[in-house]
Design a protein around this ligand. Structure first.
Ligand code: HEC
Length: 242
């Protein structure tokens, strides 16, 4: 096989690897049942429900700022983002100083602290019987679509301690903390706000993902252009040998 053909094979394996990887990512499932109040969701080949598509856009800073505000008000009492500092978030999302001041006052934190939960761990353990997990990397571990579907899949269940259950994470220890927001704003606006929270959690899981993707495109372009001189050199070196 000529080295040019080897090069083409390497590119083929690279791209099929990427395709398999994204197909695997699309395989993340959202459970065997649907919340009774949920919209029907398509089933996959294993008979499980697929996750709803979260409206993720890392370049939409207004959505990320709304998500940060909602996270601070609705989630940060129980959940930490221990790999994210207030300072970095303020800089990346261009959060105005007044809004930042409010976030810091809420948590009694300093600008270079990481984002920790406001309720003390021992109290949380007593309240829920388990620790609410740190959410910094959940969008990578579970996928943004999973979190989005989870937050939209609470339903009433009188047998549970907080009288709610969840179709995606059955018997979850988390109360339906967004219920009053849902009642206030209605279905459509509620889904949009949950989308903003998930967009923010997706940013927190990998703050530099936008730059990484741009660099990735440049690297692939560079490799493709680099192929031309390599091929010409290859022809030049081998022309007398053959
Ligand atoms: C009153 C405390 C409390 C609040 C507020 C709260 N949660 Fe939770 N959350 C929990 C507990 C407890 C669990 C663990 C559930 C379990 O494992 O059964 C949990 C679990 C989760 C999980 C599942 C994580 C995993 O990988 O299993 C996600 C995602 C989540 N919460 C997101 C949120 C978001 C987003 C908000 C804000 C809108 C929020 N939570 C607000 C208590 C809370």
């Amino acid at each position: 096989m000529t080295s040019f053909a080897k090069y083409l094979c390497a590119l083929f394996f690279l791209f099929s690897g990427l395709a398999i990887n994204s197909a695997y990512a699309a395989e993340i499932q959202c459970g065997k049942t649907l919340a009774p109040n949920a919209l029907p969701s398509p089933k996959n080949q294993y008979g499980e429900y697929e996750c709803r598509k979260a409206p993720i856009d890392i370049t939409d800073k207004a959505s990320l700022r709304r998500g940060a505000e909602l996270f601070m008000n609705q989630c940060a009492s129980c959940h930490a983002l221990k790999y994210m500092r207030y300072e970095r978030m303020a800089k990346d999302l261009s959060i105005p100083p007044e809004q930042m001041k409010r976030f810091l006052q809420l948590s009694n934190a300093k600008i270079n602290d990481d984002i920790s939960a406001r309720i003390a761990p021992d109290l949380q353990l007593k309240m829920f019987g388990t620790m609410p997990p740190d959410l910094t990397l959940t969008a990578r571990k579970r996928s943004p679509d999973w979190i989005y579907t989870y937050l939209l899949s609470f339903y009433p269940d009188s047998t549970r301690p907080f009288s709610v259950n969840n179709a995606v994470l059955p018997d979850t220890a988390m109360p339906n903390v967004l219920d009053s927001l849902h009642q206030q704003v209605g279905d459509q606006a509620f889904k949009a706000q949950v989308g903003d929270i998930v967009n923010f959690l997706n940013y927190a899981a990998e703050p530099h993902q936008h730059e990484r993707k741009i660099y990735g495109i440049f690297v692939i372009l560079f490799l493709l252009i680099f192929l031309i001189p390599v091929y010409l050199l290859h022809r030049e070196y081998w022309k007398d040998v053959k």
